[in-house]
Structure formats: C-alpha cells, structure tokens
Design a protein around this ligand. Structure first.
Ligand SMILES: CC(=O)[C@@H](O)[C@H](O)COP(=O)(O)O
Ligand SMILES: NCC(=O)COP(=O)(O)O
Length: 242
C-alpha cells in the first residue's frame, strides 16, 4: 500500500520573518527546499489578520511552487476572491478566530450548509479542489459530502493534545472517520499538531491520502535544517505503512 503524501505547511517560516519585519527567512525559499526534500505540496494559511503568511507570500508562491499549493483560508468573501484570483490547486476551508493562538477545531459544515455549498461551488467552478477542515465527526463528514467537497482534512489536534487512553480513543475515532469518509467517496487528508512522535499512527491509517504538517517540521528545522526536517518526516510517513 502506497504511503500517505506529505504536505508541508510553511506558515511559521513567516512567523519568524514577521517577528522582526525583515526579509528573512523567505517562505519562497522554504517552499523550494521542502519540495526538494520530498514534499508533495506546500500549504499556507492566509489568515484574516495576516499574522504570518501575507498576500505577497501567496502571490509569489503561486508563481514559484513546483508541486502544488494548498491555500488554507476562512470562508469569507475576501478569501474566496483571493483564491479565485490566485487559483491554487487546493483550497482548504478552515474556521478562524482572530483571538485564537492556532486553529482550535474543525469547520462546522453541518451548521452552515448553504454557505459552505455556495463557497465550494464557487471555488470548484474556478477549477480549485476544495477540502474541508473538519473534526472526525460523522455528521460533519456527511455534510462535507452533501456540499460536494471532494476532499476533507481530519483535524488531528485533539489526538495530538491527548494523552494515554484519551489519545487511543481519539486515534480510534480518526480511524473510523477516515474509513467512513472514504466509504462516501471523499478523499481524506489529515493534519494539525502532528510531530515526529505522533504522526506514524495517523500515517498508518490506510484511507489517509495526505498529511499536512507544519509547526513541528519548522521547529525541527531550527536544529536540523529544513531539508533534513522534511526528509525525516517523509521517511517516518513512508515507514508507517510498512
Ligand atoms: C488548519 C490547521 O490546523 C493549520 O493548517 C493552520 O494553519 C493552523 O494555524 P496556524 O498555522 O496559524 O497555527
Ligand atoms: N492543516 C494542518 C497544517 O497545515 C499544519 O498544521 P500544524 O502541523 O502546523 O499544526
């Protein structure tokens, strides 16, 4: 069975750059290094508050990425217009709160079916593949199918933060969710909070197509370099399915 793909999220390259408002480290350079190290794609989250990735980064990355861009964004008119103008291969719709430190939960598709259906239709009409960042919840998975999103990304944050039996339970929920979603014909990705000690259990889930991992890779890159950090994560993922 082929290994899950690795999408590298480079948001926190931009976090480090923006800490001093200088021109380095450059997200375009990070994307090129991650791709050379085996990333199947580059993920960037253009947040409403532009705390890390900026409009300039998205514009330059759209012109320079050799693999494919996964643009994470909130379901706002502003972001939909940016996505249609940029035409990334993928858009992943994520919930966003300005006061959050990072993404806290999955998108409530079931609670906003018509809005989500409309946004998925607009992006799909522009030739963009849409993924919905959701919790591993049957109702949300069924709603993703109903609004005709071809992809979902299972939020692995609860699994990543849990310990002991709670983490085992969270993993089982993700395994069941992936199986259920794939059974509906959805392509199943996963991400958030994955690192070098908790990724293999997720990568071993046979229905998972791609893992989106960022913070842990950028963290390791501080000590091992970005090429090594990406290559090591890719190797872990490839080993996970035997
Ligand atoms: C949706 C998700 O889990 C991440 O891809 C997201 O980018 C997290 O937000 P920050 O990158 O701002 O931490
Ligand atoms: N959608 C998850 C992602 O892109 C990266 O999340 P994280 O690894 O930075 O937590």
């Amino acid at each position: 069975m082929s290994a899950a793909l690795l999408g590298v999220n480079i948001d926190h390259i931009a976090t480090l750059r923006n800490a001093r408002g200088v021109a380095y480290p450059e997200p375009v350079q990070a994307a090129a290094i991650a791709e050379q190290a085996g990333a199947a794609g580059i993920t960037v989250h253009l947040r409403e508050d532009r705390r890390h990735i900026t409009d300039r980064d998205v514009r330059l990355l759209a012109e320079t990425i050799q693999t494919r861009m996964n643009l994470e964004m909130a379901m706002t008119d502003e972001m939909v217009n940016i996505a249609i103008a940029t035409k990334p291969a993928y858009v992943c719709l994520v919930p966003e709160k300005r006061e959050e430190l990072t993404t806290e939960g999955g998108l409530d598709v079931a609670g906003q079916l018509e809005r989500t259906r409309d946004v998925v239709a607009k992006l799909s009409a522009a030739g963009i593949l849409v993924s919905l960042f959701i919790d591993g919840d049957q109702q949300q998975i069924e709603a993703a199918k109903e609004v005709k999103a071809p992809y979902i990304e299972l939020h692995t944050g609860h699994y990543a933060e849990a310990q002991g039996t709670a983490q085992t339970d969270a993993l089982q929920q993700l395994q069941q969710a992936a199986r259920f979603a794939a059974g509906l014909g959805l392509v199943v990705n996963a991400g958030h909070g994955l690192h070098y000690h908790n990724t293999q259990a997720i990568a071993a889930i046979p229905e998972i197509y791609e893992l989106n991992i960022g913070h842990a890779i950028i963290g390791r890159a501080v000590f091992s370099g970005l090429h090594n950090a990406v290559a090591e994560m890719k190797q872990l993922i490839e080993q996970a399915r035997g």
